[in-house]
Design a protein around this ligand. Sequence first.
Ligand SMILES: [Zn+2]
Ligand SMILES: [Zn+2]
Length: 140
Amino acid sequence: MRTALKRRGTRLTPRRDKMLEVLVSSKRHPSASEIHEEVRRFHPRTSLATIYNTIELLKEAGQLLEIEFSGAANRYDGRRSHHHPHLICLHCEKIEDLDSVDHDEPLDDLSSETGYEITGRRMDYYGMCPDCQSGRTVQP
Ligand SMILES: [Zn+2]
Ligand SMILES: [Zn+2]
């Protein structure tokens, strides 16, 4: 990521650098405001505009995968920038990577494999995670 940004002439400020760190270390597929919150713990005066700005730069450089939602904040995967399937819980908005999936597999089989009650298929799979089904999480 650092090299890709530098190659495009982007100055790596300490804030940007921290943001890259957050993106690479988070498995949670954070939203822009979650990234913002995390960066602000170290650089309290970072603006949300800086975060969005850097997200755009990283997307242009092909270093960041954006997971789009209608009606909810987009989420980002900085660990794997190529497209890959996700398991998405519509209840608690948890997003997990879903690896080695046969896309022709019946949804029922996938449900029993993952524990998700899978209700749909896009490039991503979404539904309700085991925690939500058992009422262990509160709706955000
Ligand atoms: Zn859930
Ligand atoms: Zn992912």
